[in-house]
Design a protein around this ligand. Structure first.
Ligand code: NAD
Length: 465
């Protein structure tokens, strides 16, 4: 046997033991009491706060993400998710009453949230803390045990999460397992009660297939090509400002960033002029804490290859050694161009001009259902059409990406961009099963359903149903 095979087998055995131990722990009911859940959530929060500086330093070293952007896009939202769970957990755990129909009268009907068991959370690299730990918060709040596999690409952040969690939590309850494809493949061979995956649609299919072997419930948080429409009646100055920040924050490595812009021909020149102004105003640089590196050279080369030099309106320059690409706008882009064939996931904005809104809608409908979609317009009629005709996971009108910062709006995709949703109370629901219960008193009994069937009996049942 080859050395790697021996290692893999040993790793598989470790993983199998970990899953078995977590299952035994879960079955002991230790994770169910509300006090236990609250204590663990508070512990996670205090660890994050205590080690905040180290967490910022790790991500800066991994891909040049400043403390400021890390706080804004990862740390504050993550702490907020913990606070929301702690504040609302008792309420979320209560039975949820539903109406009882006449046929079952008298009775009470309700839903009982119950934890699922052993869960596996697989994270993506672009917001590594947020995308790994926010689902973990949902899993903990719902009373499960959890195995977290962060993305291996930001190596230091993955190590930080492993250190923080593995040195402070009982492995039977919460454990970080680091690794790349072989380790994730080994993890996915085990049986879980829930798999929560964030990443690309391609790997999402692999995860879904592996989970199907065990009929395990999955949530898939995937990506896609997110459109942003600028119609001729849009408030251009504010609109472009909002859009440019959303596109270039984290150097475009943002699953809900606008991927491509559909701009009405009447406002094309104004759009381009304002977009360039906004980019220049931002002064993207390491010193200004806003110039995030591309995660690795493989992604750097992939993104750079999408730049057609003949179509560059602004930018188009980059530094391979530093893995930084300057914000770039491309014009006269056609649907056949390579940049329109895949999710960009980088700081390039292709602009496509339309004359009639039908063309813009057709383009969007011709591409897989996106994770997010955005419309800039003042027309109520167009907003209504956009909301009713365009499928997308979540979105915004006259803004981009900010829907994710409202924990009352569920976050998730549709079709190729994913299935399931989380954030706030939706995270609790995502990691819970709601048992439906009919609770009957014994004092009263009707004879309607019992043997001795008759037409009259059926007619009464029909009337009561
Ligand atoms: P990815 O699919 O390459 O990797 C995600 C995770 O899967 C990582 O932990 C990785 O180790 C693991 N993985 C990779 N290849 C695997 C394989 N063959 N078998 C098993 N596991 C494997 O995605 P990524 O590059 O980390 O992230 C970029 C993608 O994620 C984009 O498509 C983006 O839109 C999407 N994304 C979605 C969200 C969301 O919330 N919906 C958030 C961030 C990123």
């Amino acid at each position: 046997m080859e050395t790697t095979e021996i290692k893999e087998t040993a790793f598989e055995q470790q993983v199998q033991k970990l899953v078995n131990d977590q299952r035994t722990y879960f079955k002991s009911n230790a994770t169910r009491p509300v006090e236990f859940r609250l204590e663990q959530l508070k512990k996670l929060k205090s660890l994050l706060l205590k080690h905040e500086d180290e967490l910022h330093e790790a991500i800066y070293k991994d891909f040049g993400k400043s403390k400021y952007e890390n706080q804004l896009t990862e740390f504050f939202p993550l702490i907020d998710e913990i606070d929301i769970a702690v504040k609302n957990l008792r309420k979320w755990m209560q039975h949820r009453s539903v109406k009882t129909n006449l046929l079952n009268f008298p009775a009470k009907s309700y839903l009982v949230p119950e934890p699922l068991g052993v869960t596996l959370v697989i994270g993506a690299w672009n917001f590594p803390y947020n995308l790994s730990l926010t689902p973990v918060v949902g899993s903990m709040a719902a009373g499960n045990t959890t195995i977290l596999k962060p993305s291996e690409l930001p190596e230091r952040t993955s190590k930080m999460m492993a250190k923080l969690i593995n040195e402070n939590f009982d492995p039977n309850y919460l454990r970080v397992v680091e690794g790349a494809i072989p380790e994730t493949t080994a993890l996915l061979k085990q049986r879980y009660d829930k798999v929560f995956f964030t990443g690309s649609p391609m790997v999402g299919k692999i995860v879904n297939k592996a989970a199907a072997e065990h009929l395990t419930d999955v949530t898939l948080e995937l990506g896609g090509k997110n459109p942003v429409i600028f119609h001729k009646d849009a408030a251009m100055k504010t609109g472009v400002k909002r859009m440019i920040w959303s596109k270039f924050v984290n150097s475009g490595q943002f699953c809900i960033a606008p991927d491509y812009a559909l701009v009405h021909k009447d406002v094309k020149d104004e759009f381009l002029e304002l977009a360039v102004k906004e980019i220049e105003k931002a002064h993207f640089s390491d010193e200004n804490n806003n110039f995030v590196q591309i995660i690795n050279h493989r992604n750097f080369d992939r993104v750079v290859n999408l730049i057609d030099p003949d179509k560059v309106h602004y930018g188009g320059t980059y530094n391979r050694e530093d893995r930084r690409i300057n914000p770039t706008i491309l014009t006269d882009v056609s649907l056949e161009d390579p940049i329109m064939q895949e999710e960009i996931f980088g700081p390039l904005l292709p602009v496509i001009v339309f004359e009639d809104i039908e063309e813009a809608f057709e383009i969007i409908k011709g591409i897989e259902k996106p994770l997010a979609a955005y419309l800039y317009s003042d027309s109520s009629a167009l907003k209504e059409r956009f909301l009713h005709e365009i499928p997308f996971g979540s979105g915004a009108i006259n803004d981009c990406v900010m829907q994710v910062s409202n924990p009352n709006i569920p976050f998730g995709g549709v079709g190729n961009s994913g299935m399931g949703r989380y954030h706030g109370k939706y995270s609790f629901e995502c990691f819970s099963h709601f048992k439906g219960v009919l609770d009957k008193p014994t004092a009263i009994e009707t004879n309607l359903k019992y043997y001795g069937y008759s037409e009259k009996q059926l007619n009464i049942i029909k009337a009561l149903s």
